[in-house]
Write a protein that binds this ligand. Structure first.
Ligand SMILES: Cc1cc2nc3c(=O)[nH]c(=O)nc-3n(C[C@H](O)[C@H](O)[C@H](O)COP(=O)(O)O)c2cc1C
Ligand code: SF4
Ligand code: SF4
Length: 270
């Protein structure tokens, strides 16, 4: 089947996943001479209607890694929204320099169950949403060059009359979620943590529009719903007036800074 366009579906609260997804989409579009279309799933408004693709759509599906898996509140939403109907797909996971865990395999199984035909997959390191010093500067020129090579290597599996399905481990149960640790090695318990609004808040309301969970009340600016700690509001606040102050959360970030500032390896499945 002749490919018609590259469709990029992504969830990306702090932009790292989106950068990688757009770079890969651009490479694939250039290789095959295709148009690009983008389907952001980051905000609730992008997740209202199911998205159906077909064999003529090459779908780049990209998600960040949270706790070694797909974001737990979003994975069932992705499963409900995304319908492949035979579309070849390339799965992408962006991880924050600690570990990609089992997220990529979870993504591949989800996509396959939704009717996509995964032909290639990659986990790429990114700056950690929690702290700029973890995965600092990633993705960098080396990562983008690796992504270019990956796109070229995946091309033959996509070019034929039918996409060549990726061989990957479908049998091993997906690993449990990673338990975040504090600097003292004990589990960091910050499930209920949410950002605190500081005196510098100008009440511009921007944070309410940035929250992927729609959890910030536009009138009161209080976090009234579930917080997935994605950092979209913290990083997006122009007044730098949002901060996590939960002691276990901060200790976890300090632990990551102590132990995960070395250069993490990317992984490619072809
Ligand atoms: C709640 C949460 C959990 C995370 N868990 C992991 C993890 O287990 N391993 C890892 O390497 N990075 C982890 N990260 C870092 C993200 O994978 C990384 O920052 C990613 O680039 C964020 O994507 P975005 O920039 O598109 O929002 C986590 C980030 C958040 C917000
Ligand atoms: S984005 Fe920042 S300044 Fe604007 S309302 Fe939210 S916390 Fe206040
Ligand atoms: S309130 Fe929580 S879920 Fe919403 S943007 Fe901020 S960190 Fe993300």
């Amino acid at each position: 089947m002749k490919l018609r366009r590259v469709c990029t579906v992504y969830f990306s609260p702090t932009g790292g996943t989106e950068r990688l997804a757009r770079a890969l989409s651009g490479e694939l579009a250039a290789l095959f001479g295709l148009e690009e279309a983008f389907f952001p799933l980051t905000l609730p408004s992008g997740r209202g209607e199911p998205l159906s693709f077909g064999p003529q759509d090459l779908v780049v599906a990209a998600s960040p890694v949270y706790a070694g898996r797909l974001p737990n509140k979003l994975a069932p939403v992705f499963a409900g929204l995304l319908h492949g109907e035979g579309a070849p797909s390339v799965a992408l996971c962006a991880f924050g320099n600690r570990s990609p865990g089992d997220a990529l395999r979870e993504w591949l199984l989800l996509l396959e169950a939704g009717g996509f035909v995964p032909v290639a997959a990659a986990s790429l390191a990114c700056r950690h949403a929690f702290c700029d010093a973890i995965g600092a500067g990633r993705p960098d020129a080396e990562d983008f060059a690796a992504l270019r090579d990956f796109a070229r290597s995946a091309a033959p599996s996509l070019a034929g009359p039918a996409p060549r399905p990726l061989a990957f481990d479908r049998e091993t149960p997906i690993a449990p979620y990673y338990t975040p640790l504090r600097t003292d090695g004990a589990p960091a318990k910050f499930l209920k943590a949410k950002p605190v609004r500081l005196a510098g808040c100008t009440r511009c309301g921007l944070c309410a529009g940035l929250c992927p969970m729609g959890s910030i009340d536009g009138a009161t600016l209080e976090v009234t719903g579930v917080c997935i700690k994605c950092q979209a509001c913290v990083r997006g606040c122009p007044a730098h007036a949002l901060r996590f102050e939960d002691a276990d959360f901060l200790s976890h970030v300090a632990m990551l800074r102590e132990r995960f500032t070395g250069r993490a390896e990317n992984a490619f499945l072809l």
